[in-house]
Design a binder for this molecule. Structure first.
Ligand code: CP3
Length: 347
């Protein structure tokens, strides 16, 4: 039985099954992107960022670029969390030098206009990208599909873009919870079926990004982040019991423990602020942990980087663990520092 020969399997899959490996698998959030000159070149061929996400030739190319350069253990589909509201019919665009913009939802009517009808047609190029990647990736590289969590995606849908305090989105949740729940419920359904399609197209692992989970009081965190993510994970695993899911509820502090115990995720993405010994003692017996180097240490490089990496390895590599950053790579990261990181982790 080939399946029982553990060493046949890709390192990321082994780590997410709870195996403790002599060397942890490594990949980095936002590993494809503006810090790479080859990305900037390919991006210039597309008609803006969203077009890049919907052009399989170009999306495959930018997904593979960091694999060719560094040989990460996993590759993450090149796309964006905001293709989901776009596929539901909301206006989404990226402004050069500013970031994402959306025509914000203002009323119940705006929610009614969102529809699942053309959802998968709209996302067909993404599924094609996943399928092509699965064919083109090296045999040892795992393919990760992803989506944003309902709250993180809803925050952009209600704010109309990035936000400092999420006042508009949180006011909806506090003042009109039934209406806010309709947005979240629609996103649970859309996101689960989006992830299922990615799995069917060839994704081997799925990551859910709840990048803005860390802004809620306890009860609301449970209602708007933990519960919706748990529902998505249950739906995806009902369709595909074997596909491991990594949940990244950034910034939730002590509540990481609830996400480890209750979400159903096999992997938990730790942000940079999570104390390593606490993660080792409180989380690692329950899930595989992933993280959590400060992305700015990767910008600084030198001794700071060496020490940061050593501390993470010392504390987390004796349990099930995937090396990553605590948030995405930033554009000013020197590519040489990523090479150094690879040497530090791989020895
Ligand atoms: O390499 C990878 O990790 C895969 C691709 C990926 C992108 N975005 C590409 C991207 C992934 C997994 C994402 C997720 C994403 N997108 C998140 C969750 C993770 C996180 O960072 O918290 C969020 C919140 C978004 C929304 C988003 N997309 C913002 C706020 C921005 C603007 C800020 C920025 O970094 O430019 C984007 C744009 C974006 N997404 C870029 C890339 C490579 C830069 C676009 C460009 O080329 O100008």
């Amino acid at each position: 039985m080939a399946y029982s020969v553990k060493s046949d399997k890709k390192l990321l899959l082994r780590a997410l099954q709870g195996e403790i490996l002599p060397q942890p698998p490594i990949w980095l959030m936002r590993q494809a992107g503006r810090y790479l000159p080859e990305y900037m070149k390919t991006r210039a061929q597309a008609n803006g960022f969203l077009d890049l996400c919907y052009a399989p030739d170009l999306a495959v190319e930018v997904t593979l670029q960091p694999i060719r350069r560094y040989g990460f253990d996993a590759s993450i589909l090149f796309s964006d969390i905001l293709v989901v509201p776009h596929a539901l019919g909301q206006k989404v665009w990226f402004e050069e030098g500013v970031g994402p913009k959306l025509e914000p939802l203002k009323s119940a009517d705006d929610i009614d206009r969102l529809a699942l009808e053309h959802f998968h047609d709209h996302l067909a190029p993404v599924y094609e990208t996943v399928g092509r990647l699965r064919e083109e990736l090296p045999a040892e590289t795992a393919l990760i599909g992803f989506a944003g969590a309902p709250w993180t995606v809803a925050s952009y849908m209600l704010e109309g873009g990035s936000s400092k305090d999420f006042a508009a989105a949180k006011t909806w949740a506090y003042a009109k919870p039934e209406l806010f729940a309709r947005v979240i419920d629609l996103l649970v359904e859309a996101t689960a079926s989006y992830l299922i399609r990615q799995a069917e197209a060839g994704a081997e692992v799925l990551q859910i990004f709840d990048s803005w989970a860390g802004v809620w009081p306890e009860e609301d965190l449970r209602r708007w982040c933990l519960e919706p993510c748990k529902k998505i994970i249950a739906k995806v695993n009902a369709a595909h019991p074997d596909i491991p899911i990594i949940l990244f509820p950034r910034g939730v502090g002590l509540a990481y423990r609830n996400f480890a115990v209750e979400s159903g995720a096999k992997g938990l993405g730790l942000d940079t602020t999570v104390p390593l010994k606490w993660a080792r003692d409180e989380l690692q017996s329950k899930v595989t942990v992933q993280g959590n180097l400060d992305p700015i240490m990767l910008v600084a490089g030198g001794d700071v980087l060496d020490r940061g990496v050593a501390q993470i390895l010392e504390n987390l590599s004796n349990g099930p663990f995937v090396f990553n950053l605590g948030h995405g790579i930033v554009p000013q990261t020197p590519p040489k520092h990523v090479e150094r990181l690879m040497r530090l982790v791989r020895g």
